[in-house]
Ligand binder design. Structure first.
Ligand SMILES: Nc1nc2c(c(=O)[nH]1)N[C@H]1C(S)=C(S)[C@@H](COP(=O)(O)O)O[C@H]1N2
Ligand SMILES: [Mo]
Length: 399
């Protein structure tokens, strides 16, 4: 089994020294332009991080590495999974696990449980195994496209990736420990450490959600162990939800009898309680709710005078259709869709463009999911730079 995690795998992955986090000199690197709203989107591509290559360097410590859109490109029939070595990376705090001893590692399940439990990776891999294809997207993906600009990581569209995640159901883990009466939430946290008095990164899911078939604790990613930077040896997978909940290097599950009032639930990752999560630029003092499900989105990965193509995600449901407009959104034509890998996966799309007259054309792409949710032309705004999901455009010049 390719995902089998043994001690040797951990040692091979354990070489991430702090020195390795320094980037190569900027002059030695290829640059990309993320097309950010304020024109400051030029970034180097970096090979300096263990297990990663050709990543858009946003920040070295804590690592923020973006996937260049070209890494998502492929023909309609190509699988729509993001290679592990191109998968984006985001950590809040610089003190991240630099090596993990897989033999000594334990996942602790405590709080309001019938028996406090600690499971080894061997214990976990002996449990019923499940797999899900799902997009992991940062809540702030595309934040750098917000106008007016908002503070935070200035991501282009590449703070997302799609993988086949293999692991065990969170429910099965909870049942090993036994859920005590009165539990309302499940709090999850990992091996990374907060500096000083800062709050440890932890997120909580409602018990009902945590017990669904879909929420899994993964040890495998695209048929291999998780890269250290993507949460080796275990991470939470919450299909259809933004990845703030997808706790990496997961080592603690705590059952709560009252809602989590920690900083990362009460203060951070909250969106306006409006229908589209948008408010007027500059608005303050509006009601908020925790960010949750993802809306549908479609992206270009390559546009030539002959063909436009890309990827789409349905968010919390499958991609029902993808449509392309070459006339400024007046008319739309259905694109061809690639193979369906389930409701939470990317799906490839392609549209022939041959026949466009000479000149410069703006091409637009939009998707509708199987719940009937679509995309709007006008971008939303909120101060966190969360949940951008408006229609994307690309320009093609026919000579
Ligand atoms: N332990 C831990 N898990 C974490 C985080 C973190 O800082 N620490 N960041 C979350 C956020 S906000 C994102 S966007 C994703 C990024 O996942 P990736 O680095 O595998 O792409 O991890 C999530 N899980
Ligand atoms: Mo994120």
């Amino acid at each position: 089994m390719a995902e089998r995690i043994d001690r040797r795998a951990a040692l091979a992955l354990g070489g991430l020294g702090v020195g390795a986090l320094a980037s190569a000199p900027l002059w030695a690197q290829a640059m990309v332009d993320l097309g950010l709203s304020d024109g400051t989107g030029q970034r180097p591509l970096s090979d300096a991080f263990p297990g990663k290559k050709g990543m858009v360097l946003q920040r070295s410590r804590a690592p923020l590495l973006e996937t260049p859109m070209a890494a998502f490109d492929g023909a309609l029939g190509d699988d729509p999974f993001t290679p592990n070595d191109r998968f984006y990376v985001r950590w809040h705090y610089a003190d991240i696990p630099l090596s993990v001893d897989a033999a000594a590692f334990r996942l602790r399940i405590g709080g309001a449980v019938k028996r406090a439990t600690a499971l080894s990776l061997t214990d976990i891999q002996a449990m019923p195994r499940v797999e899900v294809a799902a997009v992991n997207q940062c809540s702030g993906n595309s934040r750098g496209l917000f106008a007016p600009r908002v503070p935070g990581a200035q991501w282009g569209n590449g703070a997302m990736g799609n993988a086949r995640w293999t692991g065990v159901r969170l429910r099965d883990l909870l049942d090993r420990a036994g859920v005590a009466p009165g539990v309302v939430q499940v709090k999850l946290s990992g091996l990374d450490q907060a500096p000083g008095e800062a709050p440890h990164f932890a997120k909580s899911l409602a018990l009902d959600h945590a017990r669904t078939d879909e929420v899994i604790v993964a040890y495998g990613m695209n048929g291999a162990a998780l890269p250290l930077l993507n949460g080796f040896p275990l991470r939470l997978i919450v299909p259809g939800y933004y990845s703030t909940y997808w706790i990496k290097a997961l080592d603690s599950i705590e059952l709560l009898t009252a809602p989590d009032t920690g900083y990362w639930m009460e203060k951070a990752y909250r969106i306006p309680a409006t229908a589209d999560a948008g408010v007027q630029p500059g608005a303050k003092d509006f009601a908020t709710v925790p960010i949750g499900r993802m809306p549908p989105r479609a992206f270009f990965t390559r546009t030539t005078p002959q063909q436009a193509r890309g990827i789409a995600l349905g968010g919390d449901a499958g991609v029902a259709k993808v449509e392309v407009s070459v006339d400024g959104g007046q008319s739309w034509k259905a694109a061809q869709l690639g193979p369906d890998h389930g409701p939470y996966s990317f799906r490839r799309w392609a549209m022939p463009l041959a026949g466009l007259p000479r000149g410069s054309h703006e091409i637009a792409v939009r998707t509708v999911n199987t719940r009937g949710a679509g995309q709007k032309a006008t971008p939303i705004w909120n101060p966190g730079g969360y949940m951008r999901s408006s229609i994307e455009t690309a320009r093609v010049v026919v000579a």
